[in-house]
Design a protein around this ligand. Sequence first.
Ligand SMILES: Cc1cc2nc3c(=O)[nH]c(=O)nc-3n(C[C@H](O)[C@H](O)[C@H](O)COP(=O)(O)O)c2cc1C
Length: 208
Amino acid sequence: MTRTPTETLLTEELILDPHAAAAMFLTARTANSFDAGEISEETLQAVYALTKMAPTAMNIQPLRITWVRSAEARERLVAHMVDGNKAKTLRAPMVAVLSYDTDWHELLPTTAPHAAGMVPTFAGNDALRQGMGANNAHIQAGFFIMAARAAGLATGPMGGFDAAGVDAEFNAGTPRKSFLVVNLGKPNGIVDRERLHRLEFDVATATV
Ligand SMILES: Cc1cc2nc3c(=O)[nH]c(=O)nc-3n(C[C@H](O)[C@H](O)[C@H](O)COP(=O)(O)O)c2cc1C
């Protein structure tokens, strides 16, 4: 297969304007530090307004977000992060704990009225609810990262934490399970490491 130069593709194939394509995909980096500026409530609401448009199976929307703003809550969260993630999580202007609701089926009459009759089926199948909850919340998490970028923020997603400990702190008494912690802040322009290799089209895709 002939390889098309990436620059040509990005000039000719995208409908996104070049500034947006750069900010959301091409120059955006995972951040370990941020500008010190605070993140407003309005910015967080804008991030969620975009995140919630993510497609999910049957529109179940299992993602739940806990914004960790106070210093006290931040300390409680950091206690459960792996050592390498502690300092940057303490310093980030905002941190979001992403969880999925394992009882997402209870909202089906609102989120998917056409499927409300399936509530008893899902209620009786914990494994199916867990699997669908986790899968679909991860899709929403990808949209969350892109939504934050669209709102001018940099993100630092982290899987390095003790989920049982975080759940005991922030999800106790709820059917929620944490799966990703995301540091957020305005970009500070600091690039602390080279971009790692991205797999080429021919390596990661096949046409059948
Ligand atoms: C699900 C997930 C878990 C991650 N966990 C950690 C983590 O625990 N600690 C960390 O420093 N970076 C973590 N990262 C950051 C990745 O290493 C980073 O996004 C990746 O190398 C791409 O970097 P780039 O966006 O700068 O190209 C995680 C990223 C994702 C998406």
